[in-house]
Write a protein that binds this ligand. Sequence first.
Ligand code: FMN
Length: 167
Amino acid sequence: MKPLVVYYSQTGNTEKVAKRIFYVLPDIEKAIKTINEINYKEITNWDTIFLGSPVHIHTLPKKVKEFFKNMPPDYHPNIALFITYGVQLEKFYKGAIDITEYYCNNYSLNFLGAYSCLGKHNHLKEFSKIFPDKVDWVRETSEGHPDESDLKKAEDWALKIVKKVDH
Ligand SMILES: Cc1cc2nc3c(=O)[nH]c(=O)nc-3n(C[C@H](O)[C@H](O)[C@H](O)COP(=O)(O)O)c2cc1C
């Protein structure tokens, strides 16, 4: 397995998860890059991509959707998704996993599964305009995440993905 960790992160939540996943990957040839650092001509060097993203408006941010669209057409790596989200209600984040599965099918990429955890909500001002009754709950539940337990679970999940690929 030659894994590449790619992530997009505006306020560091997804980055924390990305770094822990990278750390726990076996000491083989591996790399970690932000989505802006990707060279799409060289990406074919990697057979498995751990793709990290925050959830924006119930789906993947535009930048991450573009990642799929920029993939070389004859390149079919494994994709393992990890997301951080601010609202602990499935309907607020599941769309990001669904659209990843959709892209993987569409571009013939091998979707291996997803890990999701809370990240301190970084858009509360806008959120409070739409859901004023939920904002205190969201602030309190997302505060301090991803925490050590979230990061440990991410490590365990990544190791399961490694086993899946190597067998
Ligand atoms: C524009 C925007 C839209 C967001 N929309 C959602 C959403 O639909 N559902 C959700 O659970 N969190 C949402 N969030 C919160 C982020 O997903 C969450 O805070 C995430 O952990 C941020 O990760 P980052 O620090 O890696 O950028 C949104 C944040 C922003 C900036």
